[in-house]
Write a protein that binds this ligand. Structure first.
Ligand code: ADP
Ligand code: MG
Length: 252
């Protein structure tokens, strides 16, 4: 079991004094984030919650090194980060699968980008496919799969590289509610295995129940520009039951 005692756990990634503006055609820039200070520590699940457009996805992309902040610094294990964050793999809201590729080929894309040999790629892909219960669907195409199955492919692809931190950007918003419930529990099971990665999860959501179920720490953002309004430690012990009275009391 992974324990997230936030104060005592090693910092993996950190944002310090992050500001982000996007240039607009009108000439003046749109200030999206202001003074974001945030860390992700070993063995924890952090959830970002806040209104639509407050900059949740932008924070995730800055943490991942996909975009550069306008001001501020990003650290990975204490080192200032320049390019992509080497410890991160991402599960996207819209699955982001290649429709012309099979399940197996989709899972292999991130491994191939790491320049591994074919044997290793095959072994790691198969392991990830098993981990998310997609055995038997290796040769299927995305169009033949339900939303939940497509997101299993997205999860397998991300997990295939053994990321130290798994990023998930509203991963279940295009998955039906019952399937989403199962997938959340499965991803926590995978995370909770102390022997393996991901050590930590950063998940974006706008669903308070999902966040209360998943998170050790909940980062609540406000909008225009996006700021950290408050960070809350989840008082509910794991494992959590979304139908228990304690749970329902917390989210109501
Ligand atoms: P959230 O994920 O919280 O809904 P985002 O991080 O996607 O919010 O976006 C925050 C704000 O930044 C929005 O107003 C969005 O329109 C704007 N934005 C995001 N990406 C870009 C971009 N590449 N260019 C211009 N504006 C952007
Ligand atoms: Mg978003």
């Amino acid at each position: 079991m992974k324990h997230a005692i936030h104060a005592t756990h090693e910092v993996i990634c950190e944002l310090k004094g992050i500001q982000k503006s996007f240039d607009r055609e009108t000439g003046h820039a749109l200030r999206v984030l202001e003074d974001i200070n945030l860390d992700i520590r070993a063995n924890e699940v952090v959830c970002l919650i806040g209104p639509s457009g407050c900059g949740k996805s932008t924070i995730l992309r800055i943490f991942a090194g996909l975009i550069k902040p306008t001001k501020g610094k990003t650290f990975y294990h204490g080192e200032k980060m320049e390019g992509l964050n080497p410890g991160v793999a991402i599960v996207f809201q819209n699955f982001a699968l290649y429709p012309w590729m099979t399940v197996e080929a989709n899972v292999k894309t991130v491994l191939q980008a790491q320049g591994l040999d074919d044997e290793t790629i095959k072994a790691k892909a198969h392991r990830a496919i098993r981990l998310v219960g997609l055995e038997g669907f290796e040769e299927a195409y995305p169009r033949e799969l339900s939303g939940g199955m497509k997101q299993r492919v997205g999860m397998a692809r991300a997990l295939s590289v053994d990321p130290e931190i798994l990023f998930m950007d509203e991963p279940f918003s295009h998955v039906d509610a019952l399937t989403a419930e199962g997938l959340r529990a499965e991803i926590l099971d995978i995370w909770d295995d102390a022997e393996r990665n991901p050590s930590s999860i950063l998940m974006v959501s706008h669903d308070i129940k999902e966040v209360a179920y998943m998170a050790d720490r909940i980062v609540v953002l406000s909008a225009n520009p996006g700021r950290v309004r408050t960070i809350v430690e989840n008082p509910l012990p794991r494992p959590r039951d979304m139908r228990s009275p304690e749970f329902l009391r917390l989210v109501d």
